[in-house]
Design a binder for this molecule. Structure first.
Ligand code: ZN
Length: 158
């Protein structure tokens, strides 16, 4: 899990996809939801997009990240999203961080830290989140690190 990079090349991609996530967040705001948006990207194309919907769906787990991951998995016909990146407007919570690990995403880019619920070190620390923090520095190790996180979660270490 990392914040948007400012390196040339990757920065343009990060900005483009973060803008798409922000547009989703705006849709959430119009629906009186907490304005969080997310997009799942594969090979430079947006595969799925979603915004927070817990209020309208009366579903406590209808966070933008969860909905976007579900849509992407449905499109690919596989819950493993190893070739995909998730762009989300705010640091994922612990629930979404767990889903991110299980989806085996290549990388996660978030727009702003969340001191209230951010699970990438801002508010909470779980084993899987420690893994994500490592990923924020070296995104190419995300896949192997995610497997390690999934293993520690399975053994009850989280
Ligand atoms: Zn969440």
């Amino acid at each position: 899990m990392r914040e948007p990079t400012h390196k040339s090349g990757q920065a343009g991609e990060d900005q483009r996809f973060m803008h798409a996530a922000l547009r989703e967040a705006g849709r959430g705001a119009l629906e009186m939801e907490v304005p969080v948006g997310a997009v799942v990207v594969k090979e430079g194309r947006i595969l799925a997009r979603a915004h927070n919907r817990p209020i309208s769906t009366r579903d406590p787990i209808a966070h933008a990240e969860i909905l976007a991951l579900r849509r992407a998995a449905r499109k690919l016909g596989n819950y493993r999203l190893n070739e995909c990146s998730l762009y989300v407007t705010i640091e994922p919570c612990a629930m979404c961080a767990g889903a991110i690990v299980h989806a085996r995403l290549k990388q996660v880019v978030f727009g702003a830290r969340d001191p209230k619920a951010g699970a990438s070190g801002s508010a909470q620390k779980a084993d899987c989140v420690e893994v994500c923090r490592t990923c924020s520095k070296i995104s190419s190790t995300v896949e192997s690190s995610s497997r390690a996180g999934a293993t520690s979660a399975a053994t009850g270490a989280v």
